[in-house]
Ligand binder design. Sequence first.
Ligand code: NAD
Length: 453
Amino acid sequence: MHRRDFLRNTTLAGAAIGIQNQAFSYIPSENMKDKIRLGIIGVGARGYETLKLALYRKDVTVTSVCDIDPNHAARAEKAVVEAGHKKPALYTRGDYDYRRMLHSKELDAVLICTPWEWHTPMSVDAMRMGIAVGCEVAGAASVEECWQMVRTQESTGTPFMIMENVCYRRDVMAALNMVRQGLFGELVHLEGGYQHDLREVKFNDGKQYYGGGVEFGEKGYSEARWRTQHSVYRNGDLYPTHGIGPIGSFINNNRGNRFVSLTSMASKARGLHQYIMDHPQGGASHPNATIQFRLGDVVTTSIQTAMGETIVLSHDTSLPRPYSLGFRVQGVKGLWMDINKSVHIEGRSPAHKWEPADAYFKTYDHPLWRKYEKDAADAGHGGMDWFVLHAFVEALKNNEPMPLDVYDHASWAVITCLSEQSISQGGAVQSFPDFTDGRWINRKPVFALDDRY
Ligand SMILES: NC(=O)c1ccc[n+]([C@@H]2O[C@H](COP(=O)([O-])OP(=O)(O)OC[C@H]3O[C@@H](n4cnc5c(N)ncnc54)[C@H](O)[C@@H]3O)[C@@H](O)[C@H]2O)c1
């Protein structure tokens, strides 16, 4: 029996007799020890960069590309061929053509780089087909969506990794090393967020694409086509993972600790309207000037953990500001703050004085970065993009647990819908579901424990 048929039959049988958590009907193909046959769904801005990284690897063959935009698919095909590989199969026949691709016998894994609302259906379908998933980051629209991901992964055993690249940022990994070596002492409080001015959108006048406009939706291009719509209709922390992912590693989330509850507040929404009013292509007579954006300019979420730490997350994408994820990692012996790139360690730093974080980060550079610095040198986002793909591929080849798994995904992504709920109830406290069903107490950390991946 083909491994996919076997998987589908055993999964259905398990569901019929009501067995939960009975994983491992997944069977990796033999070839995966050496080479992963990869498909990419969504080759827009992010997917195309990821594709180029995959093409550098000798242990990956890109066999399939799926995108509803034939131009994007053609651009990806060209990149594959120019890299000296066989033409990939293209799937461009609309929103559900990815399902045709999932039936391909030439596929071990998919990377999902589509708009947020597609991540769950695509991941769930791929896991059911026994095709490993590396899914781009997003917040969830509902708690149910997170459970679907968890239950599907558990019942199929198909590997799932949430591709949170910031977990692999060099300073973040050095800080993690410092946490693990006890420099900050027992952790007490952490901060992070997504603080990135996203007002400038790309748009399409029917002939070509421009940057820096005020159009979105139908007339928009790339993220402006879909992402800005979330700011029109939703009010919550829409993009929590770049901040909460690394924090999750610092506090051993789902592995001896977990997020228990949160409360969110949103400021007024002014930034996007102001941007449209002031823009040379906008102004008071522009149709978008009448839109009432629902997303508060700064959304602040406070999280309580089971082990007693507090976490403050910020989402700040509609006001003028330089980029910063604003990390703060603070324990009983000292702290690191990202914004002033400084560390203070009691008994080691001059009393009440900051020291440059750089010197510490050189000393505590993570073994992974020491080993792979050169390989990662040209990759996106300062090299961290190389590491996240490397981790996915290596874990697959070795048939080992994914370093950032479905429980990480669910407990990060759920922040979005819980924060929306909290804001709509005047900041009311919301409980996190325990996606591990109590196993967080005994699960052990696996993320970046050595210099392999
Ligand atoms: N980790 C990071 O640093 C990072 C950076 C940028 C984007 N992202 C994430 O990557 C994802 C994609 O973002 P992007 O900036 O590339 O957006 P994008 O709009 O540029 O690309 C999305 C692509 O998906 C295609 N698509 C849409 N629906 C599809 C469907 N049903 N089937 C197949 N293809 C479909 C679109 O045509 C487009 O080519 C998002 O989740 C985003 O949050 C992550």
